[in-house]
Design a protein around this ligand. Structure first.
Ligand code: PHE
Ligand code: ZN
Length: 865
C-alpha cells in the first residue's frame, strides 16, 4: 500500500498510482513471529522493531486484511489503537519502538489461498503480493525489509515437519503431543517473501557445493508417496544453481534450500527466501504421469524460482509497479537456462508462440498495460503476460543491443549496487547504460508504452544498378489511456539472401529502428534478394512484409537462422489460411511443398521439424483478421490439415514409424521424436485414413510415457471415432487417484475440436471430480474451454454463459483465480456484433453480481470499456 493513499481506508474502487510513491514512514528492522498452528484457529504473535523513517509525526500504520487484534502492545505496554478499514493505526510518540500484536486466523477456512491456508492436510503460506497482511499486522509493502525469526508450534503427529525461511535454529517437543521449531533468516526481506509450511511431508535431499565451496542441503518436500516423482525437479535445481554461477556469477547464500509442493496454489510457484512453495504440477514428474511439456515446465519453473534468489530476493522491488524488474528479468534468465539444456531454437520458437498466444492479445485488448504500469486497483491482476513475457523480451532486447559482455557487466553492476535493497526498473536500465556506455533514453519507452509495435518492411531491387532498398516503418497502436505513441527503439536482426544461389548477400546486421521510418540500401546486389527480418525474434513486434509465397517458401528451406526459417513457414501457412477465410481461396500447394521439403531435410532436428510443420493455432489465425470468425477459421484450418495429411501421407507414416520404436528417455532427441510422432499421427488421422483411430488407440494403449498416452488420447478425443469413449474411461480409471493427471483428462475434453464440446464441458462441470476449490482443476476445465476458440464461441452464447456462471461461483471462493479467467470474455471487440453483444451481456451480468471481488470488478469493468 502506498502511504499517500493510506490516509483513507482503501476503497474497492481505489486506484493506486505509481506517481504517488512515497518512502515508508516506518521501517521494521526485525520481526519475530510466533505461530501456534492449528487448521481451525491459529494464534499469531508478532514482535516488530520499528523505527521512524525521516522527520515526520505520522502514526504507525500496519496493514491488515480480515484481522482483529487480540492485543496491541508498545514497548511491552497495552496501548490504544484505531482501525481504519483493515489497517491498524497506533499513535506512537518516539522514533523507535517494539510493537507486539496478537491475532487469530483460520487457515482451514481460507479459500482464497492467500495468507496461511490448508492444502491436502498441510498448512502453508502464500504472501505475494499482499497476503502477509492476512497473517499479521505489518507494513506489507516490498520496500520494508526486515530480518525474520519464526517459531512454530504444532501437533507433532499431524504436522511432523515445520519449515520456514532461512536456516533451522532449534526444535523440541512441547506439551500435549505438540512440538516446535525455530527458523532464522539472516537476509532482510520484504514480507511478500515470508513463508512457512507445517505438514506430514518427506524430502528428497541432496547436497550442492557452491562455487566458493559452501555446502547447501537441498530438499524437495512432498507427500511420502510422491517422493519417486521428485528426482527431475531435484536435478533441475542442481543444474539451475550451477548455471546461475556460470552465466551470471550468482551464488546461493543459505545453508539450506527447500522446495515444498502443494496441490492448491493460485499460480505456478513462489520464490520465498530459502523455502520455495510450488504448485505440485511444477514439481512432480515421472514418465507415466508427466508429458515432455510437463518435464520442461518443471525444470523451467524450478529454475525460475531459484533464480529469483538474486533477481527478486537479494534485489527486490521498490513497489509493485516495478514487478517486471524481478519477473521479466527472471523469465529472461529461465529462458536462457532452458535454451542451454536442449535446442535453443526450439525453445525460442516455443517462447515466441507463447508470447503471441497470451501477450499480443493482451496488448491489443482492454487490459493492455505497460511493462511498468502506472496504476492498478488490485495488484494480483498484474501478474500478466505483459509483466512476465514482454518484460523478458525487453531485457532480451537490451542484451541484444549491448552484446553479451556488456550485458553481463550491467547485471553485475545491478546486483552489486542494489544487493539488499528494493530497486526500480529505472535502476536496472541505468546500470545497463553505465556498464555499456549505450544511451537507453529512448529505449525506456518499452517500459512506459503499451501495445505491440508494428513494422512494415518492403524490399525493392533494381536489377540494373544492383541496388536494393529496404523501407522500414513503425507504428505503435493506441491502447487504453495511451492514444498517441512515440516511435520506439526496435532492434531488428536483418539479412538478405540471393533467390538463385540461396547464399547470403551480406552478413546479418542489427538495425536499430528508432525513427518512424528508415531506409537501408544495399549495393552490388546482382540477384534478386529475399528479406529475412526480425531473425531470432529480436524485437517483440509484428512485422508486415511484401514477401511473396515464393519468398516465404524459399526462406522456409534456406534461411540459416532456425527461428526465421520457422517464421517463414508460419507466415506462409498464415497467409494461406487468411486467404482461405477471407476469399474462400484454397490454394494449398505451396504449403504442402514447403512442409514436404522440411520433412525431407535430414539436417534438421526432429523437434524443430515438428514445430515447423504445425499449423498456426485457431486463435493466432483469428488475430490476423479484422473480425474473428471462429467456425470459418476452424473449417479452413481443418481443410489444410486434411490436404497436408493426404498429400504427404507416406511421409507422415514414415515419420511416425521412425519415432515409434523409441523407449522413453527424457532427452532432447527423445522429446523431438515424440513430438514429431504426435504431430505426424495428427496428420495421418486428418488425411481420413481408415486406420487413423486404430493407430491413435494403439499409441494410447501401449505408451510407456504420458506424452504418447495423452497424444493418443487427444487425437481420439478430437476424432469421431467411438474409441474415444473407451480411451477416456481407461484413462480416467487408470489415474483416478492422481489429481494432476485428472486435470489432463478434464483439459483434453475442454480443448476438444468437436461439435459437442460445449455440451460435454457443461456436463463435466457436474462430474464428481470437478471442483472450483482447486485452481488447477478450475483452469483445466473452465480456463481451457475459454481458450478453445471454436467451442467457446459456438452455440449462441452458451459457452459465454457457462464461463460467466463458473466465474461468478469461483469469485466467492478465490477471486484471484477467477479474475485471471476474465480475458477470453473481454475480447468481445474482436468478434461479430451478435457475439460481441452476448459476451458483453455476460460481463455485465458478472459485474452486477452482489459482493463481487475487487479483483473481478477491476478486470470486468475494464473489459467492458
Ligand atoms: N512470484 C511468483 C513467480 O515466481 C508468482 C506468484 C505471484 C506466485 C503471486 C504466487 C502469487 O513468478
Ligand atoms: Zn517469478
Amino acid at each position: 500500500m502506498i502511504d499517500a493513499l493510506a490516509a483513507s481506508p482503501p476503497k474497492p474502487s481505489g486506484v493506486i498510482r505509481r506517481a504517488d510513491y512515497r518512502a515508508p514512514d516506518w521501517l521494521v528492522s526485525d520481526i519475530a513471529l510466533d505461530f501456534d498452528l492449528d487448521p481451525a484457529a491459529t494464534q499469531v504473535r508478532a514482535t516488530l522493531i520499528v523505527t521512524r523513517n525521516g522527520a515526520h509525526d505520522a502514526p504507525l500504520r500496519l496493514d491488515g486484511d480480515g484481522l482483529t487484534p487480540l492485543s496491541v502492545k508498545v514497548d511491552g505496554i497495552d496501548t490504544p489503537y484505531t482501525m481504519e478499514g483493515g489497517t491498524l493505526v497506533i499513535a506512537v510518540p518516539g522514533d523507535a519502538h517494539e510493537i507486539e500484536t496478537r491475532v487469530e486466523i483460520a487457515p482451514a477456512a481460507n479459500t482464497q489461498l492467500m495468507g496461511l491456508y490448508a492444502s491436502g492436510g498441510n498448512l502453508c503460506t502464500q504472501c505475494e503480493a499482499e497476503g502477509f497482511r492476512r497473517i499479521t499486522f505489518f507494513p506489507d509493502r516490498p520496500d520494508v525489509l526486515s530480518k525474520y525469526r519464526v517459531r512454530m508450534t504444532a501437533d507433532k503427529a499431524r504436522f511432523p515437519v515445520l519449515l520456514a525461511n532461512g536456516d533451522p535454529i532449534a526444535s523440541g517437543d512441547a506439551a500435549d503431543g505438540r512440538h516446535w521449531a525455530e527458523w532464522h533468516d539472516p537476509f532482510p526481506k520484504p514480507s511478500y517473501l515470508f513463508a512457512l509450511v507445517a505438514g506430514d511431508l518427506a524430502a528428497n535431499t541432496a547436497t550442492f557445493t557452491t562455487m566458493s565451496g559452501r555446502q547447501v542441503t537441498l530438499g524437495i518436500w512432498v507427500r511420502e508417496k510422491d517422493l519417486p516423482k521428485t528426482d527431475h525437479a531435484l536435478h533441475a535445481l542442481k543444474l539451475s544453481m550451477a548455471w546461475d554461477e556460470q552465466v551470471y556469477g550468482r551464488e546461493y547464500d543459505l545453508d539450506v534450500f527447500n522446495i515444498v509442493a502443494v496441490d492448491d496454489f493460485n499460480f505456478g510457484a513462489m520464490e520465498n527466501k530459502g523455502l520455495n512453495i510450488f504448485n505440485s504440477r511444477y514439481i512432480l514428474a515421472d514418465p507415466d504421469t508427466a508429458t515432455d511439456y510437463d518435464y520442461d515446465a518443471v525444470a523451467a519453473v524450478v529454475a525460475h524460482e531459484y533464480f529469483h534468489n538474486w533477481s527478486g530476493n537479494r534485489v527486490t522491488c521498490r513497489d509493485w509497479f516495478q514487478l517486471s524488474l524481478k519477473e521479466g528479468f527472471t523469465v529472461y534468465r529461465d529462458q536462457g537456462f532452458s535454451a542451454d539444456q536442449g535446442s535453443a531454437a526450439v525453445k525460442r520458437i516455443e517462447d515466441v508462440r507463447g508470447l503471441r498466444a497470451a501477450q499480443f492479445p493482451e496488448d491489443a485488448g482492454p487490459l493492455a498495460h505497460p511493462v511498468r504500469p502506472d496504476e492498478y486497483v488490485e495488484i494480483s491482476n498484474f501478474y500478466t503476460a505483459t509483466i512476465y513475457n514482454k518484460g523478458a523480451e525487453v531485457i532480451r532486447m537490451m542484451a541484444t543491443i549491448l552484446g553479451p559482455q556488456k550485458f553481463r557487466a550491467g547485471t553485475d553492476r545491478y546486483f552489486d549496487r542494489f544487493d539488499g535493497t528494493a530497486a526500480t526498473c529505472e535502476d536496472f536500465v541505468a546500470c545497463m547504460e553505465e556498464a555499456s556506455g549505450v544511451d537507453l533514453t529512448q529505449f525506456r519507452l518499452w517500459y512506459s508504452q503499451a501495445g505491440t509495435p508494428r513494422v512494415t518492411a518492403s524490399l525493392e531491387h533494381e536489377a540494373g544498378s544492383g541496388r536494393a532498398r529496404l523501407d522500414l516503418r513503425q507504428s505503435v497502436p493506441p491502447t487504453p489511456g495511451q492514444p498517441n505513441k512515440a516511435p520506439m527503439v526496435l532492434p531488428l536482426r536483418i539479412k538478405l539472401f540471393g533467390a538463385e544461389t540461396a547464399q547470403p548477400i551480406a552478413e546479418e546486421q542489427l538495425v536499430l529502428l528508432s525513427d518512424g521510418d528508415a531506409q537501408l540500401t544495399f549495393d552490388g546486389v546482382t540477384e534478386r534478394p529475399v528479406l529475412s527480418i526480425n531473425r531470432g525474434f529480436s524485437a517483440p513486434v509484428i512485422v508486415d512484409t511484401n514477401r511473396s509465397v515464393a519468398d516465404l517458401a524459399f526462406l522456409s528451406a534456406h534461411d540459416d537462422d532456425p527461428f526465421a526459417r520457422y517464421e517463414a513457414m508460419q507466415q506462409l501457412m498464415l497467409d494461406t489460411l487468411v486467404a482461405a477465410v477471407t476469399h474462400g481461396r484454397a490454394d494449398h500447394a505451396s504449403v504442402i511443398e514447403a512442409v514436404a521439403n522440411t520433412l525431407a531435410d535430414p539436417a534438421l532436428d526432429r523437434a524443430f521439424v515438428a514445430e515447423a510443420v504445425l499449423l498456426p493455432s485457431d486463435s493466432f489465425i483469428g488475430d490476423q483478421l479484422p473480425v474473428v470468425d471462429p467456425e470459418a477459421i476452424f473449417q479452413k484450418r481443418e481443410a489444410l490439415r486434411r490436404d497436408l495429411g493426404k498429400a504427404l501421407e507416406p511421409q507422415w507414416r514414415e515419420a511416425y514409424e521412425a519415432a515409434r520404436a523409441n523407449r522413453f528417455e527424457y532427452s532432447p532427441a527423445g522429446k523431438g521424436a515424440r513430438r514429431l510422432k504426435s504431430v505426424s499421427l495428427g496428420y495421418v488421422i486428418a488425411s481420413g485414413a481408415a486406420d487413423g483411430a486404430d493407430l491413435a488407440f494403439a499409441q494410447f494403449d501401449a505408451a510407456d510415457n504420458m506424452t504418447d498416452r495423452q497424444g493418443g488420447l487427444t487425437a481420439l478425443v478430437n476424432s469421431e471415432s467411438d474409441k474415444r469413449h473407451a480411451a477416456l474411461d481407461i484413462f480416467y480409471n487408470r489415474y483416478a487417484d492422481n489429481a494432476l493427471v485428472l486435470d489432463k483428462w478434464f483439459q483434453t475434453q475442454a480443448l476438444a475440436t468437436r461439435d459437442d464440446t460445449a455440451a460435454a464441458v457443461e456436463a463435466l462441470a457436474s462430474h464428481p471430480d470437478f471442483t472450483l476449490a482447486n485452481p488447477n482443476r478450475a483452469r483445466a476445465l473452465v480456463g481451457a474451454f475459454a481458450v478453445n476458440q471454436r467451442a467457446f464461441h459456438s452455440g449462441e452464447g452458451r459457452g459465454y454463459r457457462f464461463v460467466a456462471d463458473q466465474l461468478i461461483a469461483l469469485d466467492q471462493l478465490n477471486p484471484q483465480t477467477a479474475a485471471k479467467l476474465v480475458p477470453p470474455l473481454g475480447r468481445w471487440k474482436r468478434f461479430d456484433a451478435a457475439r460481441a453483444a452476448r459476451m458483453r451481456s455476460e460481463l455485465e451480468r458478472i459485474l452486477a453480481t452482489p459482493g463481487l471481488s475487487k479483483d473481478m470488478t477491476e478486470q470486468v469493468s475494464k473489459s467492458l470499456e
